[in-house]
Design a protein around this ligand. Structure first.
Ligand code: SAM
Length: 287
């Protein structure tokens, strides 16, 4: 059951400001109070927490966050929503809304502007699904400033982010995310709690940022190059994928390097753990 207060408020704002949800901006407004509360609880938002919210929309989540957080800084691309958001938060002192594209936003400057020493930082959002991965990657590249990320995303993507080696959804995205954080699906969410309803199922995922990266590598860019190479064609063996990226003429050397770290060249990329990728990347650096 959706809570009538959030549902009615959303309907009212859409009508009053003559707004239609824009599909191209991933606008699916959340109207279920329980789910909104669960998101805020999962992020452990408290009076020491600065929250960065991507895409406040009509403010359903922003409103709940503002009740618990020290400050909410919400970044919204769609200026049409400005009058509705002003009506709701114009006189709420701990909510600031910035009208800009999160993908054009300098995350480093954003964090430095709003966060003081000792404050907890949480990124909380019902993300626009068409840009889930680039948004997460932008925040994860500043992971050392962030404590936790709790976001509603497409269920299939949530499964990829939290997958373990050997699982169907395990891939380079799982590794990129788990390198910096511990990923856990908090709950799956039906389509019926959004206006309009999306075409896909959703899930809330929590990424708790690790105090140290899961593995130590000397060259992160090279580590991710190796991971990408290994997953380039899922049906191919590890050795064939590596040769495709590093050159067929390197076959003997690569087989010998794999042998030296006890990784069978005939395995597939999807069976290697992050620790094995770290070993692999350190070994291949001598190429
Ligand atoms: N938070 C609201 C809720 O839960 O009802 C709305 C969530 S809706 C799924 C995604 C929101 O992200 C929309 O308000 C959309 O306009 C906004 N958005 C889409 N692309 C964006 C971008 N590149 N930068 C900032 N906001 C964006």
């Amino acid at each position: 059951m959706t809570n009538p207060s959030t549902s009615k408020q959303t309907q009212r704002l859409l009508k009053k400001y003559d707004l239609k949800a824009k599909k191209s901006l991933g606008q699916n407004f959340l109207i279920d109070d329980n789910i909104l509360n669960n998101i805020v609880n999962a992020a452990e938002v408290d009076e020491d927490t600065i929250v960065f919210e991507v895409g406040p929309g009509l403010g359903a989540l922003t409103y709940k966050l503002a009740q618990e957080a020290k400050q909410v800084v919400a970044i919204e691309i769609d200026r049409r929503l400005e009058p509705a958001l002003k009506e709701r938060f114009g006189d709420v002192p701990n909510v600031e809304i910035l009208f800009q594209d999160i993908l054009e936003t300098d995350i480093d400057a954003l964090i430095k502007t709003y966060v003081k020493d000792g404050e907890r930082v949480a990124v909380v959002a019902n993300l626009p699904y068409y840009v889930t991965t680039p948004i997460l990657m932008r925040f994860l590249s500043h992971a050392s400033y962030i404590n936790t990320i709790v976001v509603m995303i497409q269920k299939e993507v949530a499964e990829r982010l939290s997958a373990d080696p050997g699982q169907k959804s395990y891939g380079s995205l799982s590794i990129a995310v788990q390198y910096t954080s511990v990923a856990e699906i908090v709950m799956t969410v039906p389509k019926t709690v959004f206006i309009p309803q999306p075409n896909v199922d959703s899930a809330v995922i929590r990424l708790d940022i690790r105090s140290e990266k899961k593995v130590h590598v000397h060259n992160e860019a090279f580590f991710f190059k190796v991971v990408k190479a290994a997953f380039a064609q899922r049906r191919k063996t590890l050795i064939n994928n590596l040769l495709h990226t590093f050159g067929k003429d390197k076959k003997e050397t690569i087989v010998a390097l794999l042998d030296s770290i006890a990784i069978d060249p005939q395995r597939r990329g999807e069976t290697l753990s992050i620790e094995e990728y770290a070993k692999l990347s350190e070994a291949l650096q001598s190429l």
